[in-house]
Ligand binder design. Structure first.
Ligand code: MG
Length: 418
């Protein structure tokens, strides 16, 4: 018999506020809120102490201050939260490779079959919680366990903070009977109102009407609601997969053999690729140059470095060498740069890579991080290399051309979850 499916939802308790209270022991036990600094800011996280005053996340800072004038209001330190978040995710990955980070402070884990390794599910949940506490230096989380994802998420909220809640397969029906419909993900204020008009207060009442009824009311989503309220839902946990390569290429408006033009394109592309690599938190060892001739013949040339990189200059320098070696004799219609051969993500996220033979230049790294931050805020065109600002000798302006840019692999945007 196959092992029963268990999906866990692990959710850190008042994450940002708890990190602040951990880092500043004098704040422990005090009403703390993160965010809401400045005139129009909203609260990002509220400690359990300040929640007693009615302060909640997403509330305007001014309201929060009025509710709790003695509260401690702190600025958001996202880099620090991300650092702790990585510790949490690493701790979870010690239990299973099937960990999906859902946000900076929550993750799903497919725990099916883990009982054989770690004991019964309640025990596993406690072991995970202890491991997270140790890995972070003392933070608590709540864990929900259920046969499907959305129930696991609901479950992690049931005994929050610092608690565990399990929904065994045989208890799903009775759990849904008393579950207020508003707790089902996707049922908002308006949905609740409509359901209330229909006399529906609990999830378990939905299946009293046929699936078609709900589809008629809410469309496709109505069918999903019906399924969920019968305990059916997704069990899929998709672990993060870094892209296997990052590349950028452009097709010229006019075929060209002009060195200065080709170099400028390569620099713009190298910069774009390097920026992508850093966004995904990966570095690659192999640089590939791609060129397509006017007659559509295509060639690629690759070189592996003695270290992994996400630096524009290194990528550009290597691409340039490859171009010089290729020494095209006929005009090119396309040129592109790619980087592949990444280090595994688990090691990538530790700050030091033991196998690294040449350390990245910290000054250069700092510069590139600054550039990335400005681009995140003001868009990709906000910072350009001086060499790219030279008057182009052909009509095309490399950094304005988004066409042909591609990021290989199935990676998701690292900035969303981490
Ligand atoms: Mg949380």
């Amino acid at each position: 018999m196959p092992a029963p499916v268990w999906i866990l939802h692990i959710d850190m308790d008042a994450f940002y506020a708890s990190v602040e209270q951990m880092d500043q022991p004098e704040l422990r036990g005090r009403p703390v809120a993160v965010g809401g600094i400045g005139g129009r800011g909203v609260i990002s996280a509220a400690s359990y102490e300040i929640r007693k005053y009615g302060v909640r996340s997403a509330m305007p800072g001014t309201t929060a201050r009025r509710l709790c004038p003695q509260g401690v209001f702190l600025p958001v330190r996202m880099e620090r939260y991300k650092e702790v978040s990585r510790q949490v995710m690493h701790a979870l990955e010690e239990f299973s490779p099937l960990v999906e980070q859902a946000s900076v402070d929550e993750a799903y884990m497919d725990a099916t079959g883990l009982e054989r390794l770690f004991g019964p599910i309640p025990e596993l949940c406690e072991t995970i919680r202890a491991r997270v506490r140790k890995a972070t230096g003392g933070l608590t989380c709540s864990v929900g366990a259920a046969p499907v994802r959305f129930l696991a998420k609901i479950a992690s909220d049931q005994n929050k903070p610092d608690g565990v809640f399990l929904i065994y397969p045989e208890d799903v029906d009775s759990f849904l009977k008393t579950l207020p419909v508003g707790k089902i993900p996707g049922v908002g204020k308006r949905g609740r109102e409509i359901l209330q008009e229909l006399g529906v207060r609990y999830a378990g009442q939905i299946p009293n009407r046929p699936r078609a009824f709900w589809e008629q009311r809410f469309g496709k989503w109505g069918g999903e609601l019906y399924d969920r309220c019968r305990g059916m839902g997704s069990t899929e946990v998709v672990p993060y997969a870094a892209p296997k390569s990052c590349s950028a290429e452009n097709t010229f408006e006019r075929d060209t053999l002009e060195t200065a033009t080709l170099r400028r394109w390569l620099l713009a592309q190298s910069d774009r690729v390097a920026s992508d690599l850093r966004r995904h938190g990966v570095r690659g060892r192999t640089v590939t140059l791609k060129a397509k001739f006017a007659d559509f013949r295509q060639v690629t040339r690759s070189r592996s470095l003695d270290h992994r990189t996400s630096e524009t200059d290194t990528i550009y320098g290597t691409a340039l060498e490859l171009l010089e070696e290729l020494c095209p004799k006929t005009p090119l219609r396309l040129i592109g740069v790619g980087v592949s051969n990444f280090s595994p993500r688990s090691r990538q996220l530790s700050l030091l890579e033991p196998e690294e033979t040449s350390r990245p230049d910290p000054k250069k790294q700092h510069l590139e991080q600054t550039v990335d931050a400005i681009r995140r805020r003001f868009g990709p065109g906000a910072v350009r290399r001086a060499a790219l600002l030279e008057k182009p000798s052909d009509k095309s302006e490399p950094s304005k051309h988004g066409d042909g840019q591609s990021s290989g692999g199935n990676g998701r945007d690292g900035s969303s979850g981490h």
